[in-house]
Design a protein around this ligand. Structure first.
Ligand code: C5P
Length: 309
């Protein structure tokens, strides 16, 4: 029986700009997303019957039909037309849930990539990204990952130059707190909807500005990116765990930039390399313990979902 193992890395947002509201009710975004080396692992095995089953080592995660791994598996099988295909899937969860790190989206993307291989369907990355876009706004990015500009709902992708420097992040999250993404966008709309841009040409102007900014060069130590997250401005005032994490990260020497990721509550500081991020974590050790914050040090990563050799 063949087994395929797939790494599903998390992401952080180096830039998240809310441009306006779309006719489908979603927000039009201009983002820079970056894969990081904090990853779930999924194992896929063929089954003798047409059952698709999911097990997970994290009991708090739903393994029902709302899980993006199962939704991705069912969608891929349906579009393949081979209804007899089955799979047994095991998910090892390392990325915190509800954290703004696209852990669930990356798991779903890993299911598309892993099952495409297991079932021998021969779908291209572009085809899998198309399916991913039907399931979640962040999911298409997760397939190729690395550093990408993400427009539209998040599903319109443009690759950025590969990183050259060994940059790393120190990531902080309160394990007791998660933020609902729909709530964060709704709050953004309630507070800032009046000043949203209107119309495609206004959106395109912002996309061009982002394309022409420093992002078109590899992200590097000498020219740290000016991090921006419009959701941070609405989530931070409502979420003490975000305020605390940002305060601790901002107090550190040697950071290149500090921001919240996605709709939060995880926050990160960018460092020139992994050793610098680890030193920073050591400096904060006592504060992290008294604030009840979990911490991870992870290098930035050149790729997204990957089949392990
Ligand atoms: O696509 P995804 O399931 O990740 O989106 C979750 C929710 O976040 C959406 O239902 C919507 O409320 C909000 N959202 C949005 N605009 C986006 C992406 C997400 O308003 N571009």
């Amino acid at each position: 029986m063949s087994t395929i193992t797939v790494t599903a890395p998390a992401k952080v947002n180096l830039h998240l700009e809310v441009l306006g509201l779309r006719s489908d009710g979603f927000h039009e975004l201009a983002m820079v997303m970056q894969s990081i080396d904090l990853a779930d692992r999924l194992r896929f095995q063929n089954t003798a019957d047409a059952r698709i089953s999911l097990r997970c080592d994290e009991p708090s995660l739903s393994i029902g039909d709302d899980n993006l791994v199962l939704r991705a598996a069912l969608l891929l099988r349906e579009r393949s037309g081979f209804n007899e295909l089955g799979a047994s899937i095991h998910l090892e969860k390392n990325v915190p849930i509800g954290a703004g790190l696209a852990g669930g989206s990356s798991d779903g993307a890993a299911a598309l990539v892993g099952l495409n291989q297991l079932w021998g369907l021969g779908r291209s990355h572009a085809e899998l990204e198309g399916l991913a876009a039907e399931l979640g706004s962040d999911m298409p990015f997760c397939i190729r990952g690395g550093s990408q500009l993400c427009f539209g709902r998040g599903e319109v992708l443009e690759a950025l130059p590969a990183l050259r420097d060994p940059l790393a992040v120190l990531l902080l999250k309160d394990p007791q707190v998660s933020v609902s993404t729909p709530w964060a966008y709704q709050r953004c709309r309630d507070l800032h909807g009046e000043s949203y841009l209107q119309g495609e040409s206004a959106f395109e102007e912002r996309r061009m500005a982002l394309r022409e900014a420093a992002w078109t060069k590899p992200i590097r130590t000498e020219l740290p990116p000016p991090l921006r997250n419009d959701l941070q401005t609405v989530v931070e005032p409502q979420t003490p765990a975000v305020q605390k994490a940002l305060q601790l990260l901002r107090s550190l020497p040697g950071t290149l930039a500090v921001a919240m990721s996605g709709s939060g509550p995880s926050c990160f500081a960018l460092f020139p390399d992994l050793a610098a991020s680890e030193q920073a974590r050591d400096l904060l050790q006592t504060d992290l313990e008294s604030a009840g914050l979990s911490a991870w040090c992870c290098p930035l990563r050149l790729s997204g979902v990957r089949i392990e050799p």
